[in-house]
Design a protein around this ligand. Structure first.
Ligand code: ZN
Ligand code: ZN
Ligand code: ZN
Length: 369
């Protein structure tokens, strides 16, 4: 499948209908995943305005700096006109000009810069400002077959890196040294960018969002390796495996790793349409809690993934939303014992009518290197 399938022509019109139904006169999207979702354009963030002006009715306009016009024209999206502004010229009147009718309410990209939000207040006085995600979330939460294929491609690319871990992860090397090799391998496997590299050995493994340090990896120390990047398609990978290098892991670790493995497997197996996000969280959590490690499972079971690394649906207590075919999310329980070590197992799973399909396919057992 090509980019035509990933960024289909009908998507802008669908977003316009959804905006109208939500009572918004326009969506205003500065660089980020919503803009990319609608146009395929991986726009640069910066002080020069790039903004898709998508009126609920009428012709969409992509406003770009003149120096980035060639990039915008190369994007796979269609169905909008491109208007550029000269460097140094005031771009804000172009937004007003792209909205011929009255403007009572607009939906703004969630991560628009505050400077831009305030400038839009001046150029569209009286227009209520809401979040564009109120409209776009529902479109993005179920992935099309082309999006699932793009996520599977990302999953295969990150799996290829995990498969080669023995080349890099050894006792005596520092987390940072291993991470540098991993970052190169993530690019070599086909990612356009490296989004994060967590190499957390021994006590650092008990900190779920530890990055790296200059601490050398010890013999027999458990090492949590959580890596991910963005493919040229825009879709992302995110996969965690836990390794032990150079000798046997501590017995207590081996015990709770078994518990974690069981919890992660049970949750993946429980993925099906109609199961709520919070029920899925409970499947993993109940296994871990029953074994006495409930307090050591510090975070939600998972997060959605797509053009953003973390997006809806969140697999978390308090989210009653039923899973639907096409939703893609991580299943990543962890057990973290402060000061000692920790473990996490993470796969991206897509919900299908037949249940959960893992997009990461390397073994989830504790991997001895
Ligand atoms: Zn995380
Ligand atoms: Zn991860
Ligand atoms: Zn994750």
């Amino acid at each position: 499948m090509g980019t035509d399938d990933l960024y289909p022509a009908g998507r802008l019109a669908e977003a316009q209908r959804a905006a109208a139904a939500a009572g918004l006169d326009a969506l205003l999207l500065t660089p980020g995943s919503d803009l990319r979702y609608l146009t395929g354009y991986d726009a640069r963030e910066g002080e020069r305005l790039t903004c898709l002006v998508l009126p609920a009715e009428g012709e969409p306009t992509l406003i770009v700096p003149v120096l980035e016009r060639p990039d915008a024209e190369a994007a796979p999206g269609t169905g909008y006109r491109i208007v550029d502004h000269a460097d140094g010229a005031d771009p804000w009147p172009l937004v007003r000009a792209a909205l011929p009718g009255p403007v009572r309410a607009v939906g703004l990209a969630d991560r628009m810069w505050a400077q831009q939000v305030l400038a839009l207040r001046d150029v569209l006085p009286g227009a209520a400002q809401r979040l564009a995600s109120d409209v776009l979330r529902e479109m993005r939460i179920r992935k099309s077959p082309a999006e699932v294929a793009a996520l599977a491609e990302a999953g295969a690319a990150i799996d290829a890196v995990h498969r080669r871990m023995a080349e890099w992860l050894r006792p005596g090397r520092t987390e940072r040294e291993v991470a540098a090799d991993l970052a190169a391998a993530i690019r070599a496997a086909g990612h356009a960018t490296v989004d994060f590299v967590i190499v957390a050995a021994g006590p650092n493994g008990a900190s779920p969002h530890h990055g790296v340090s200059d601490r050398p990896i010890g013999v027999g120390e458990p090492v949590v390796v959580d890596i991910g990047g963005t493919m040229p398609s825009g879709y992302r990978s995110d996969c965690t495996r836990t390794y032990v290098a150079g000798g046997p892991a501590p017995a207590e670790f081996v015990h709770y790793y078994e518990v974690l493995w069981e919890a992660q497997r049970a949750a993946v197996a429980a993925v099906a349409p109609g199961v709520t996000a919070e029920a899925l969280d409970a499947v993993a959590r109940d296994v871990i809690t029953a074994a006495g490690f409930g307090d050591a499972f510090l975070h939600r079971t998972g997060h959605g993934i797509g053009l953003d690394g973390h997006e809806e649906p969140y697999v978390v207590t308090g989210n009653p939303r039923p899973l639907e075919a096409g939703m893609a999310f991580s299943v990543e329980p962890g057990i973290y014992l402060a000061g000692r070590h920790g473990a996490r197992i993470e796969d991206i799973v897509v919900c299908t009518t037949d249940g959960g399909q893992r997009l990461n396919t390397t073994p989830t057992e504790l991997i001895a290197l």
